[in-house]
Design a protein. Structure first.
Lengths: 115, 112
């Protein structure tokens, strides 16, 4: 079975500082990993994905994520946070083993960037 | 290119009423899913489809039906609305499992 955990309900960071939003996963085979962002009263928007290859994945709006197989983690990062980055962030995983076609989403982490 | 279109955006139902939430995509995506979003619960999968004529249950399917007669459309039917179905509903689609989802803008449903 596939599962994903976002251990922090909320992350607070000052504008201009680096940010990290944590995600850990559990799969039987190899993972497909995704990050999405949701702004208030909007649908989710795709940020980036890891399928295979380079462990550091770059995505939209200056975000990147690092895949760590030994720690089963896929943390979202940005070198310098903006107030406009404040939103709800979701990590998702799909297990390539077991015939699962649909990703499982985490509960979401609220990112608040203070001016 | 409209992406994923959900209608209506808002709906209030009385307990016991039925309704259909519409979802349409124009990207020729095979994979489509319905999720509900509740505070503190994240996104929970209701039903999904891997192609026209093929549907399956997700994590929370009770009280909901789906069908997929065309690649473009994936409606979600509430059979007899209950207050526990008050939620925000999202439809999403992707071309294949390795691609990210495109989400609709959501339907906010209140059952009184």
């Amino acid at each position: 079975a596939q599962s994903v955990a976002q251990p922090e309900d909320q992350v607070n960071v000052a504008e201009g500082n680096p940010l990290t939003v944590k995600c850990t996963y559990s799969v039987s085979g190899n993972p497909y990993l995704f990050w999405y962002v949701q702004y208030p009263n909007r649908g989710l928007q795709f940020l980036l994905k890891y399928i295979t290859g380079d462990n550091l994945v770059k995505g939209s709006y200056g975000f990147e994520a690092e895949f760590n197989k030994s720690q089963t983690s896929f943390h979202l990062k940005k070198p310098s946070a903006l107030v406009s980055d404040s939103a709800l962030y979701f990590c998702a995983v799909r297990d390539t083993a077991g015939g699962s076609y649909i990703p499982t989403f985490g509960r979401g982490t609220s990112l608040i960037v203070h001016p | 290119n409209a992406g994923v279109t959900q209608t209506p955006k808002f709906q209030v139902l009385k307990t016991g009423q039925s309704m259909t939430l519409q979802c349409a995509q124009d990207m020729n995506h095979e994979y489509m899913s319905w999720y509900r979003q509740d505070p503190g619960m994240g996104l929970r999968l209701i039903h999904y489809s891997v192609g026209a004529g093929i549907t399956d249950q997700g994590e929370v399917p009770n009280g909901y039906n789906v069908s997929r007669s065309t690649t473009e459309d994936f409606p979600l039917r509430l059979l007899s609305a209950a207050p526990s179905q008050t939620s925000v509903y999202f439809c999403a689609s992707s071309y294949r499992p390795g691609e990210g989802y495109t989400f609709g803008s959501g339907t906010r449903l209140t059952v009184v």
